[in-house]
Design a protein around this ligand. Structure first.
Ligand code: ADP
Length: 187
């Protein structure tokens, strides 16, 4: 299965992703994790990315698309993958469509994890990552609304979008997501 996981910062994608990759045997492609690893390793890409991440802005599309293109070509992605935090712009979504069309491996489902904004802010403020300062959180939420939310319409029009309520316990949310994915698998 090839799954795109969409949701605002703080929606709990990372937590659910960890469980999903285990259950379905998927490769986990988190662009946030990849960028933080590049930053910590002080590579050129990592240094460039940090300029944007530290402000809560999106890293330029061409950087992200290059990273994902390389990652999708790795053997572990052949058995299916969970894209977590990518795509985040229409340009990224179009690039992903082109990459997958080349391989004739379309997306099976785009999962949206829905959480109200006031809840997001509280969750993020309690987390303590370097980009979890109030001003940076606000900017990340703005970036989500402006640049990523339009993807819901993009994927809705392709009839691959499924939305899941992201409020509740980790177990409750996982059960909802699994219900959706099991239905997709059967159809
Ligand atoms: P969150 O969803 O909690 O903001 P992520 O770990 O997904 O956290 O992303 C952290 C930061 O990494 C983002 O604020 C952004 O700067 C950068 N980033 C991650 N994925 C992308 C992407 N697909 N396009 C552009 N920037 C990205």
């Amino acid at each position: 299965m090839r799954i795109v996981f969409i949701g605002p910062p703080g929606a709990g994608k990372g937590t659910q992703a960890e469980r999903l990759i285990e259950k379905y045997g998927l490769a986990h492609l988190s662009t946030g994790d990849m960028l933080r690893a590049a930053r910590d390793a002080q590579t050129d890409v990592g240094r460039k990315a940090e300029e944007y991440m530290s402000k809560g802005e999106l890293v330029p599309d061409e950087i992200i698309i290059a990273i994902i293109g390389q990652r999708l070509a790795q053997p572990d992605c052949q058995g299916g993958c969970l894209l977590d935090g990518f795509p985040r712009t229409i340009a990224q979504a179009e690039a992903l469509d082109a990459l997958l069309a080349e391989k004739q491996t379309p997306l099976d489902v785009v999962l949206e994890l829905r959480v109200p904004e006031e809840e997001l802010f509280n969750r993020l403020a309690g987390r303590g990552r370097a980009d979890d300062q109030p001003e940076v959180i606000r900017q990340r939420l703005v970036a989500y609304r402006r640049q990523t939310e339009p993807l819901l319409e993009y994927y809705g029009a392709k009839s691959v979008l499924k939305s899941v309520d992201g409020l509740g316990t980790v177990d409750e949310i996982f059960d909802r997501v699994v219900d959706v994915l099991d239905n997709v698998k059967e159809s």
